[in-house]
Every structure is written in C-alpha cells, then in structure tokens.
Design a protein around this ligand. Structure first.
Ligand code: HEM
Length: 535
C-alpha cells in the first residue's frame, strides 16, 4: 500500500538512514520519465537528415546523372534546403537556399574544412590552398596568396592600370587571330584560343611571360582543364569509391590522366619558380612569383626557418590554375551568349559607343557608366552558374544546421546553382534576361547583383573575385566596342555544357569581324608588358 498520504510522511521524514524504498519508487519513476522525455525531445530536435534512398555499394551516385546540380535542385524541392545523399560509403550533406549563408557565414569555421578526398592530394603535390583543410598554416598561406593577387591586380589604381594593359594586349592578340581564322575558315571554334588568351593574362601577372597560340607546352598545360574539373567537381566518383582506382575501368583511366596532368602542371610552375629564384633582384618585384618568393621567405625567417618545403610552387599553382580555368570558362560563355542573343550584343555595342564613344577604348573608369554591360555579366554568372557547386567542403567539428546534427568530417556540397535559380529570388530564373538587374532609371540594382552566388562565401570565398569581375568587365566592353561576332547558321548555338567543377559550354562555331580597324588596339599596346615565349 502506497497511498499519497503514506508516501508523503517518510519523504518528510528523511533521515541519515535513507529514504523508505517503497516511497522512492515513484520518485525514481518521475526522474526516469523526465530523463527519457529530455532525450526524446533532443532526439526529435536532431531529426535525421532527409534524402533519397541510397543503393547498396554506390549510394545515390547513379541517380545524379550527367548534371548532378540539377538532380540536387530536384531533391531540394522534395526534401528541403538541407538534405543528405550517400556517395559510395560517404554521407554527403547538400546545402541549398538560406542554409548556405547560415553555414558559410554564421557558422563559418564549422563548415570551412575540405574532405580527405583522394583527388585533392594530387593537386599541387598535396600543398594546395584550395584543396586542403583549414589549419593555422593554411590561414597564413591563404592570406599571403590573397595579398599577392591584390598587389598585382586590384590593389591600387596603378596596379589596376597595369592589369588593364595586360587585358588589352591579350584582347588585341585574340581579335587578330579571330579575324584571321574567319578569313581562312569562315566559321571556327574559339574555345582553345580563349583558354590560351586567358591563361596568358594570368601568366603575365604570375610569371611575367606570355605564350604564342602555337606554343605546344603551354597548350598542353592549360588545354586539359576539362579533365581537371571533371575529377575534382562535387560528385566525382573516384573520391567516393576510391577502390575504382585499383582495376582497369574508365574512371581509373580518367584518374590516371588527372594525376599526370597535375604532375605536368606542377613541373611547369616549378620551372618558372626555379628560374625566378636564380634571377630575382633585391628590392624589385617583377611579378607574383617574385612577390611570393619574398613574402614566403620572410615568413620562413619569422618562423625560425622552419618551412621544409617551397610553398611558392603550390601558391602560384593555385592562383594560375584556379584563375585560368574559371575565367576562360566565363569568357567562352560570354562569346556563346553574344551569338545566341544578337540583340543583346547590339545593345552592348550601343551602350559602349554612347558612353565611351568611338575615339578611344573602354577603360576601368567607364565601369560605373556602363550598367547594361555589368547587368549582362551578372546575368551570365547567374544564368549559367558555371561553378554550380563550390569545391566540396567538410565539417571541422560536430555541428548542426537548421535543426539537423552533422558530425565532424562530414562531406558538404554547396549548391550555388540552387541560389541562382531560386524562383523566390529571381522571376523566370530559366530565362536569360540582363534587364532584371536594372532598375526603372536604367541603373544597376546592387541589392540584386549581390544575391548572385558564384564565388562562394565566408572563409573559403574565392580570393580572385575582384580581379575576375574586373577582367570580365574589360573583356566584354572591349569585345563589344571592337568587333562583331556571329554564329555559324549551320550550327545554331545551344547552351548545353559538360559538368565538372566548372560547367563548360559544348563546342560552337563563330565568325568575327572588326567594327572598324585595329588602330585603337595597336596604339594602346605599343609597349608590350611581358616577354613573349615563341612556340
Ligand atoms: C570567374 C572567375 C572565378 C570564379 C567563378 C571562381 C569561383 C570560385 C569558387 C566557387 C571557389 C570555391 C569556394 C568554396 O569552396 O567555397 C573558388 C576558390 C578559389 N579561387 Fe576562385 N573563382 C574565379 C577566379 C579565380 C581567380 C582569378 C583566382 C586567382 C587569382 C582564384 C583563386 C581561387 C583560390 C585560391 C580558391 C581557393 C580558396 C580556398 O579554398 O580558400 N579564383 N573560386
């Protein structure tokens, strides 16, 4: 018998000898219930992350198809902004919409890691900034790369002018070649030339050298971007099923090519650094290689001479590699869209003619007066979202997002595409329409341009954003001012692409004619800046 009254007495009568066992039972029951409820409440809050059902062994790899970013968008509609898939044996959390800012900005440190993927270890001999996880050394290394890039591009008005000069020189070379090709073949595929041209701008900044379009070594080094981006892009198979490397199959062949192209790329950069170390003069910084050598040597001294490797090579490898691949892809998209939508090309030409006039070339200072050029560039970035997912991230600690618990070292994919095609932000997101970025008075809507997500956010945000936007502006305005581009009527341009870290347009053909002659470009480039390497 344990009536309420009987229980109450002994509880009040607690003595040193203890509690009456009969009356302790309800107390224990209450405690257990409370404890159970607390755990149930925590468990319910830490719901498991929803997502599509994985298949044995391969997980959801086969369902991603040829365009994983589109598959992720469909899954986000079904499961919400945060969902989980399995690739091979790895759990991957995919972030979309608002969860991206939450993870990368508000919980920046938690989501700033890189996964221990096999392919990442082959980039820059494993010492890449872009493909390594966050450490104290990584922070110093990244900061140094960032300030070196600024020093030779957007750091001050003088460096901006030098950078502008590199771009004008390369646009002139490119247009000359385009006109020759048009004379010879009528229609030609511009892609390889755009890649060499872009790589030359970065090569001038990094190594003080440009290469001819015929240079076989240079073409070999910069002409295999597609193989690189296919292997390191989010959803790359070899990283989640590493066992595929150990027997003959197409994935292994692709991975072997990837390894050899990284070795060749590394050797190319190493040669330049060795050459620079031999010829560097105190107090003279010829290019980014010199600047990196000086900065890293100073850092080594500060740390008591404890750096066992030459980090100049991976730093320049990252800057040169990351920039020429992304920017050449952007320029290919610009050319393709110009021929796909000739009425927009005409509008760009009208704007530059009116603002700049025909007596001089567009310059950096014209940017604020050319809102349609800028709107066109932002719409190209939004619409193509040509870096649809960032480089894969990983969690650096046990964390949670939007109520979901995520353990340390979980692979995180960040869908920039989902942000740029979100109908809640963009009306008719699948329509290419630069006008969306202009307000009623024709001015650029900066609130809206800031919502385009292509350079990522937070601790891993691209270090080349400023210089890239400047280059895209100069290229677009110079092209619109100087030439007219048309599509091959027998191959109407399509906006199809190959998936990888960057989305690359499929081959297309164009013809190029000058709007006047080369007088302005010739005059602007009489003093070449960089030594030319003959092919
Ligand atoms: C239109 C051109 C470019 C686009 C769209 C672009 C985009 C990106 C994206 C999405 C990332 C990954 C960020 C993340 O994982 O969260 C990245 C990383 C990076 N980018 Fe760019 N990029 C461009 C040009 C450049 C240029 C010109 C440079 C060098 C001057 C550069 C250097 C880097 C580096 C070093 C990283 C690694 C950052 C890190 O891991 O901390 N990029 N870029």
């Amino acid at each position: 018998m344990c009536s309420y009254s009987r229980c109450r007495m002994p509880i009040m009568d607690v003595t040193l000898e203890g509690i009456n066992p009969a009356c302790a039972r309800p107390l224990i029951a209450v405690c257990v219930t409370l404890l159970f409820s607390f755990h149930l409440w925590r468990w319910l809050r830490q719901r498991s992350i929803p997502g599509p059902l994985p298949w044995p062994l391969i997980g959801n790899a086969a369902q991603m198809g040829k365009a994983p970013h589109l598959y992720f968008s469909r899954m986000a509609k079904k499961y919400g902004d945060v969902f989980q898939i399995k690739l091979g044996s790895r759990d991957v959390v995919v972030l979309n919409g608002d969860s991206i800012k939450q993870a990368l900005v508000r919980q920046g440190f938690d989501f700033a890691g890189r996964p221990d993927f096999t392919s990442f270890k082959y980039v820059s001999g494993g010492d890449s900034i872009a493909f390594n996880t966050i450490t104290d050394w990584w922070k110093l290394h990244r900061k140094l790369a960032q300030s070196t890039v600024r020093m030779f591009s957007t750091g001050n008005p003088q460096t901006k002018k030098t950078f502008e000069h590199h771009v004008v020189c390369e646009v002139k070379e490119l247009l000359q070649l385009f006109v020759e090709k048009t004379k010879g073949q009528r229609y030609f595929e511009p892609m390889t030339y755009v890649v060499v041209s872009t790589a030359n701008i970065m090569s001038a900044m990094c190594f003080g050298k440009r290469y001819t379009y015929e240079d076989e070594e240079f073409k070999q080094v910069v002409g295999r971007n597609d193989q690189f981006t296919r292997t390191v892009g989010a959803g790359s198979i070899v990283d989640v099923m590493p066992w595929l490397q150990y027997f003959p199959n197409p994935i292994k062949t692709m991975f072997d090519n990837f390894k050899s192209l990284n070795l060749e790329f590394g050797a190319f950069v190493r040669d330049k650094v060795v050459e620079h170390r031999k010829t560097i003069q105190p107090g003279v910084l010829r290019d980014m290689t010199d600047a990196c050598i000086v900065a890293l040597d100073q850092l080594t001294d500060k740390m008591g001479g404890s750096l066992e490797k030459d980090y100049v090579i991976p730093t320049l490898g990252d800057v040169f590699g990351a920039s020429q691949d992304t920017l050449s892809t952007a320029l290919q998209w610009i050319v393709l869209i110009l021929v796909k939508y000739p009425e927009m090309q005409t509008r760009l030409q009208q704007e530059v003619d009116k603002v700049v006039d025909r007596s001089r070339l567009p310059t950096i200072e014209d940017q604020a007066q050319l809102p349609y050029v800028m709107a066109f560039i932002y719409e190209m970035m939004r619409f193509t979202s040509f870096v649809p997912l960032t480089i894969p991230h990983s969690t650096t600690t046990d964390t949670s997002i939007m109520g979901y618990t995520i353990p340390k070292n979980t692979v995180i994919f960040i869908s920039q595409w989902s942000n740029n095609h979100d109908p809640a932000i963009w009306s008719h997101p699948e329509t290419f329409d630069p006008q969306r970025f202009l307000d009623k008075s024709g001015a650029l809507n900066k609130d809206l341009t800031s919502r385009v997500l292509l350079f990522s956010l937070g601790k891993r945000r691209c270090i080349g954003e400023e210089v890239s936007k400047l280059q895209l502006f100069l290229f677009t305005s110079l092209i619109a001012h100087q030439c007219h581009i048309t599509a091959d009527p027998e191959r109407p341009p399509k906006l199809d692409y190959d998936y990888g870290l960057t989305l690359k347009p499929l081959a297309f053909s164009i013809a190029v004619s000058l709007r006047e002659d080369m007088t302005l470009l010739d005059a602007a480039t009489t003093h070449g800046l960089s030594e030319e390497v003959k092919g």
